[in-house]
Design a binder for this molecule. Structure first.
Ligand code: ATP
Length: 356
């Protein structure tokens, strides 16, 4: 497996990009660790597939280089990059048995037959299809076919990385959960470098140790699920990650205080927002405390979603979501306080850290 370097990569589909907005992928400059599990997460059209295809070699980037373990592979074909790919719709040879489907990529590379047998059997165990080895692939269910496709990625132990492009889209919800957990376990056990594209946050957060959040052709944050939750670098990460997402309010910074509507809150630090056209305060619904003290809010709706409730309210002329425990009492004259440590300040959508 390999360490992947994305060295000042940019990509435009048009021939002569004139400005930043002509790039489907804006500049990416990162190092991804050998053996890391990365999820590329973001809404449709944000550039996930473009980035994945640059890594696999299906697309040659307009600018920049891509390196595997320090070796420049920018001009190498997909095949010579030695990458396994698992697509949304599995590519399976229907007339072959499950066993032969898995053996195919190895036989293709002239791996000796006893070694093929050992690896195929091992992989069949991993993907839980050992009992199906002799069956023809035709007639298998969509998730069994996707398991074969996963297996074909896993059967080769010489690949630099395994790339997944929304591999669970056609799988039913329960099986999705099973396959995702299996992948996670395989990753822990064998340490493959994996890059997984999805627009589903649950999928990304359960699969990856690092989630790469993309928005409008740009990587807005790379972080662990906890980092994305606790310190979203960009307002997009704030509201895209979490359910409900982060509350955001137009805010005015006054030294080390912040003003929202008629309320002023101490921050404990003085964010430098000079030159910003727009400043906002972000607070996750889990860190808003509802009670009889603090700033007055108007409760508009209470949603009971099992282990907790989501209170929908209005505060400073904006909607505010609050997560409370299932048995929490909702006072008639409701007031809220914000956990000071959980407040983030954003200048033109980017977080201003306390350390800045
Ligand atoms: P999805 O989840 O819908 O697959 P994505 O995040 O993978 O979306 P990309 O497919 O990488 O996004 O697309 C990024 C941008 O590049 C989009 O604006 C898309 O319209 C554009 N794009 C993608 N492929 C091409 C192409 N072959 N030619 C021109 N523009 C393209």
């Amino acid at each position: 497996m390999a360490r992947i370097n994305l060295d000042h990569i940019r990509h435009a589909y048009g021939a002569k990009p004139a400005s930043e907005k002509d790039y489907a992928l804006k500049e990416v400059h990162h190092e991804w660790n050998d053996g890391g599990a990365y999820a590329l997460l973001g809404p449709s059209g944000c550039g996930k597939t473009t980035l994945l295809n640059i890594i696999s070699g299906l697309i040659h980037p307009s600018e920049g280089r891509i390196l595997f373990d320090g070796v420049d592979v920018t001009n190498l074909s997909t095949e010579s990059r030695n990458i396994a790919q698992v697509f949304q719709f599995p590519v399976i040879y229907d007339t072959m048995t499950v066993y032969d489907n898995l053996a195919f990529p190895l036989r293709n590379r002239n791996v000796p037959e006893p070694e093929v047998d050992r690896r195929v059997r091992e992989t069949l165990e991993m993907i839980d299809l050992a009992d199906w080895a002799k069956r023809k692939a035709r007639g298998l269910t969509a998730d069994q076919k996707q398991k074969i496709s996963l297996g074909r990625g896993l059967v080769r132990n010489d690949v630099n990385a395994i790339l997944f492009d929304e591999p669970l889209t056609v799988i039913d919800p329960h099986m999705k959960w099973v396959l995702r957990s299996q992948l996670k376990r395989l990753h822990r056990q064998f340490g493959f470098t994996m890059v997984y594209v999805t627009h589903d946050q649950t999928e990304a957060l359960t699969f990856a140790d690092k989630v790469v959040v993309m928005y409008d052709g740009e990587i807005v944050q790379i972080g662990t699920p906890a980092e994305l939750f606790e310190r979203p670098s960009h307002t997009f990460v704030g509201y895209f990650i979490g359910s409900p997402g982060m509350n955001l309010f137009p805010a005015k910074i006054e030294g080390s205080s912040v003003r929202i509507g008629t309320e002023t809150l101490p921050l404990g630090f003085a964010p430098n927002v000079s030159g910003a056209a727009r400043t906002e305060l972000g607070i996750r619904p889990e860190f808003v405390h509802l009670g009889r003290d603090g700033m007055p809010v108007t409760v508009t709706k209470v949603e009971d979603i099992g282990r907790h409730k989501i209170v929908r309210a209005r505060f400073a002329g904006q909607p505010l979501a609050i997560v409370v425990s299932e048995d929490a009492e909702i006072p008639a004259e409701a007031r809220v306080t914000f956990d000071p440590a959980a407040i983030s300040i954003y200048a033109d959508s980017w977080r201003i850290g306390r350390e800045a």
